[in-house]
Design a binder for this molecule. Structure first.
Ligand SMILES: [Zn+2]
Length: 359
């Protein structure tokens, strides 16, 4: 099960609670999906304070104030940590247990650090150093705009990254404590970066891909991912969607998400776990459509995952790929968009799936 704070934030974001939380700010207006207002933390003539739509965070691009809703409530109202937590929990209708100020401090430092790094990595992808990784993405049928929208990045190495973070005002003391606790330094070859957000949209982890390798060996966690164990990849974009397509792999999930025909989440190579299933169910999804690849082993995994889905009171459905396709990513790259549309119409029940696999 995900932690209470993640569920509180996820629930409130689904209800666009930011519109209520920040309603008193001067000059508050919508800008795209975000809100923007005059910054409450410096003398501000123009709106420079951004309130994100898909994570419980804000950022002022003039004075650099950044933080999350819990921090904002404490700064703005003088409430203490537990007061702020109780208020948000009450609004979400959730009883928070086992969350304290230290855990909150750690998680906030982690997301602030990883957001800065992700921004730097995205810029680096378009620098000469990132050429090989960018070319790899284009080869995988990612169009230019899709790469830009997918927040991929290029990790230029530990020292350069640390230099950048110092130039952004982070102190060596902070970096010794937070960066070295979060970042894995034995994965320097895994340079194509994929941000991993929890179900509240907070950037909690990073995956690296070595584009010279194939298969599961090509991926490495660049940060500890245990905090994300029960948070399916990309679910923050599709919390509570009636139908959810569950695919194996990060790139598969990103590709399907960019195409935008169906809400999607990604799971690891051992399929859907009980904890991930609980999370999906708790946000209100009614039906999981499983597409975890072809081959004997994958089919068994689909059936096992379907058992879990049904045991959580959701409906399980199957998306059968022909045996000529290894996984959904392979199918999408080998066919045209209209074929993917057709495939989605072939969603079937367990009985139909089993029958189809026998012929
Ligand atoms: Zn400011």
């Amino acid at each position: 099960m995900i932690r209470d704070i993640e569920r509180i934030y996820g629930t409130l974001l689904s209800r666009q609670y930011q519109k209520k939380l920040f309603q008193d700010l001067e000059g508050l207006q919508e800008k795209g999906d975000s809100l923007i207002a005059r910054c409450p933390f410096h003398e501000d003539e123009h709106p420079t304070f951004i309130i994100y739509p898909d994570r419980p965070e804000y950022f002022c691009f003039v004075c650099g104030a950044r933080g999350d809703w819990l921090g904002y409530l404490q700064l703005k109202t003088g409430m203490d940590f537990f007061g702020a937590l109780r208020l948000l929990a009450g609004e979400a209708g959730i009883d928070p247990v086992a969350y304290d100020k230290n855990a909150w401090d750690d998680e906030l430092s982690r997301t602030i650090l990883l957001e800065l790094m992700a921004g730097f990595f995205t810029t680096s992808l378009y620098s000469p150093a990132g050429e090989r990784e960018l070319f790899y993405l284009y080869n995988r049928r990612y169009a230019m705009g899709e790469v830009e929208g997918s927040s991929f990045g290029f990790y230029p190495g530990y020292l350069q990254t640390r230099e950048y973070l110092v130039s952004q005002g982070l102190t060596d003391e902070f970096l010794d404590k937070v960066l070295d606790a979060v970042w894995s330094r034995d994965a320097e070859e895994f340079r194509l970066t994929i941000p991993y957000r929890d179900t509240a949209g907070r950037l909690m982890g990073m995956i690296g891909r070595d584009v010279t390798k194939k298969g599961p060996e090509a991926y490495r966690a660049l940060t500890d991912l245990s905090i994300l164990r029960d948070s399916p990849f990309l679910l923050y974009k599709h919390r509570g969607s009636e139908d959810l397509l569950v695919v194996e792999g990060f790139l598969d999930a990103l590709l399907v998400d960019r195409i935008g025909l169906i809400p999607v989440a990604g799971v690891g190579k051992s399929g859907l776990s009980a904890g991930q299933c609980d999370t999906i169910a708790s946000y209100g999804t009614r039906r999981c459509i499983l597409c975890l690849g072809s081959g004997r082993e994958r089919k068994d995994l689909m059936l096992k995952s379907a058992d879990l889905v049904e045991s959580r009171g959701m409906q399980a459905a199957f998306l059968p790929l022909g045996d000529e396709y290894e996984d959904l990513d392979h199918f999408i790259r080998a066919t045209e968009l209209k074929d993917f549309r057709k495939l989605l119409k072939k969603t079937c029940t367990r009985e139909e799936y089993m029958r189809g696999q026998m012929t």
